[in-house]
Design a protein around this ligand. Structure first.
Ligand code: GLA
Length: 386
């Protein structure tokens, strides 16, 4: 409840409520969301909390424990893309998207806190958007279906902040269930909750923040998206989701586009394969899922070319130390690696993986990695109300 404490110290009162939206990890399906494909993320236990109170007037006054400095004031009237910059663009963008969709946003004071490392590729920005979306709609007494909030938060990021992301992160934050991964068909928007309990099958999840900061605003993400759209156009399909036969890709003369498309087609299939394996019990299934994670990393590294040196080293070190599998997650060019490790009684594999990754980073003179727990957790929710 550090957000509530921050609220009290900055605004001199207790908030009307506190909302928590989790970050996410992704088990499988990277850069498939904006290709109308499949993703299989899960919500983390870590997230963004927003302590919020209604205020008369048409202003959002916002502060964040992670952003020292004066509170940012944003006028709700006249909000438009380009008017707000920095971290406040995410919450302001949500207010803008809500109002553009006909929902009345109340004036409010907002205090933000987060236990998600920023730039670690764990969707701290989507978590911020989702916490604000839930808080503002609850305080405005608007009941907006969560699926609509996903679309509004995504619109805020695409059009207000100006980053052309897909819907995976906001969906994971708003629609996940504890103990499950979220299978999302990004074309039909159909979701299903896939039971995901590695511990029950003698496996464990470990997140490695490689400390190479990941920024989606630098243009590479948008370039990948444009390449995928170009590949789909040249192949005469609405999106790469429509391809299942790798032989179709031979019709792409450009080797770069062929590699990009191959990643998307194979990763879509890997999502479905992981879902199938999760339906089968036992450590054997997790061993096979690990193999798919390792294949996905190679695909992201060599075909999609979004990996980065620290991720490649972390994956190799984790595998050599006995992980079932590991791969970079998220948009790429920095951020985190997800490792699946044996964790049956008495297994020391997780410790060995940590030591191996730490050692490999030290040997290269890199900043030590940070290890985080990755427990499939519940979606965004209200934590307290006065
Ligand atoms: C970022 C985006 C998502 C998704 C991933 C890559 O996290 O926000 O929409 O495209 O990258 O899978």
């Amino acid at each position: 409840m550090r957000a509530a404490e921050l609220f009290l110290s900055r605004f001199g009162e207790t908030p009307d409520g506190v909302w928590l939206a989790p970050g996410r990890a992704n088990l499988m399906g990277e850069h498939t969301d904006y290709n109308d494909g499949y993703v299989l993320p899960f919500a983390l236990g870590q997230g963004v909390t927003a302590a919020v109170a209604r205020r008369p007037g048409r202003v959002l006054t916002m502060c964040s424990r992670q952003e020292p400095g004066a509170a940012v004031e944003v006028a709700l009237d006249g909000l438009a893309p380009g008017r707000v910059s920095g971290w406040a663009a995410y919450p302001a963008g949500v207010a803008w998207a809500l109002e553009a969709a006909g929902h009345r946003v109340p004036g409010a004071c907002v205090a933000i806190d987060s236990d998600l490392p920023a730039g670690a590729g764990l969707s701290s920005s989507a978590a911020l958007e989702c916490a604000i979306a839930l808080a503002l709609t609850s305080l405005g007494e608007e009941s907006v279906p969560r699926g609509d909030l996903v679309a509004l938060a995504c619109r805020a990021e695409n059009e207000f902040v100006g980053v052309p992301t897909g819907i995976m992160d906001q969906s994971a934050s708003l629609l996940s269930q504890a103990g499950h991964a979220l299978l999302l068909d990004c074309r039909s928007l159909e979701t299903s909750q896939v039971p995901f309990d590695p511990a029950a099958a003698g496996a464990g999840l470990l997140l490695v923040n490689t400390r190479a900061r990941h920024e989606l605003t630098d243009g590479e993400y948008g370039r990948r998206r444009a390449e995928c759209e170009q590949a789909a156009r040249r192949l005469g399909v609405p999106s790469l989701r429509d391809l299942t036969d790798l032989a179709d890709l031979d019709r792409l003369a450009d080797p770069v586009l062929r590699r990009r498309a191959r990643h998307v087609v194979t990763d879509d299939q890997r999502v479905l394969d992981v879902v199938g394996l999760l339906g089968a019990a036992g450590a054997g299934a997790y061993r096979d899922i690990g193999r798919l994670l390792a294949q996905a990393h190679v695909s992201l590294r060599d075909d999609f070319e979004v990996s980065w040196p620290e991720a490649d080293v972390a994956v190799d070190a984790a595998m050599a130390a006995g992980a079932f599998g590991a791969r970079m997650i998220g948009g790429g060019f920095g951020g985190s690696v997800l490792a699946l490790v044996p964790a049956a009684d008495g297994s020391t594999a997780e410790g060995a993986v940590r030591d191996a990754v730490t050692g490999a980073f030290a040997a290269r003179g890199w900043t030590a990695p940070e290890f985080l727990a990755a427990a499939p957790s519940a979606a965004a929710r209200r934590l307290a109300a006065r």
